[in-house]
Design a protein around this ligand. Structure first.
Ligand SMILES: [Zn+2]
Length: 176
């Protein structure tokens, strides 16, 4: 799979790293779903992406994350399940000779979550089908596939790719 390893980034969406970090903040560790936004780590997460780190902000991020999980897994309707969570956001135009810049206005507690939701929207529109759950059903992580063939399946080769390959191989050997 040498071709897939070449870093041919098709496109990078603004706040894509925030979106992916948020989606991947509820990893399954030792068979149990965890939440890396709990406690001090949640505030750190918010600070890393320019948030305030308040309890209300983290709680909102968790709600939007859970909604995005279901939306990406096609288990929820974005309009009814994600829409109300970002309803406080307004975009206002700043018109300059260089073009129009859209300024996001949202309550401080909702700003980061709105940015993540906007990134979800951009990724979904600009790169349809490229944001998907890891193919390991015992994994709760997501990936944005930038590979040219668009065939990436795992959150990471190290965490899930190799493990699943070993398992498939073991099954095949048993079937013989
Ligand atoms: Zn995975």
């Amino acid at each position: 799979m040498a071709a897939g390893r070449r870093d041919e980034r098709v496109q990078v969406i603004r706040d894509e790293d925030l979106l992916l970090a948020l989606l991947n903040s509820a990893p399954i560790i030792d068979g149990k779903q965890t939440d890396s936004l709990e406690g001090a780590a949640g505030a750190e997460f918010a600070h890393r992406f320019g948030g305030t780190g308040s309890k209300a902000e983290i709680a909102h991020l968790q709600r939007v994350r859970d909604a995005l999980h279901e939306v990406v897994r096609e288990q929820a309707d974005p309009g009814t399940d994600l829409g109300p969570l970002i309803g406080g956001a307004i975009l206002t135009p700043e018109v300059t000779p260089g073009g129009i810049r859209w300024e996001l206005q949202a309550p401080a507690t909702e700003r980061l979550a709105v940015r993540a939701a906007m990134a979800w929207s951009d990724v979904t529109r600009e790169m349809p089908g490229r944001l998907r759950p890891c193919a390991n059903t015992e994994c709760n992580l997501f990936l944005i596939d930038h590979s040219r063939p668009g065939s990436a399946k795992w959150c990471s080769m190290a965490a899930c790719g190799n493990r699943m390959k070993v398992r498939t191989h073991a099954h095949r050997r048993r079937d013989r």
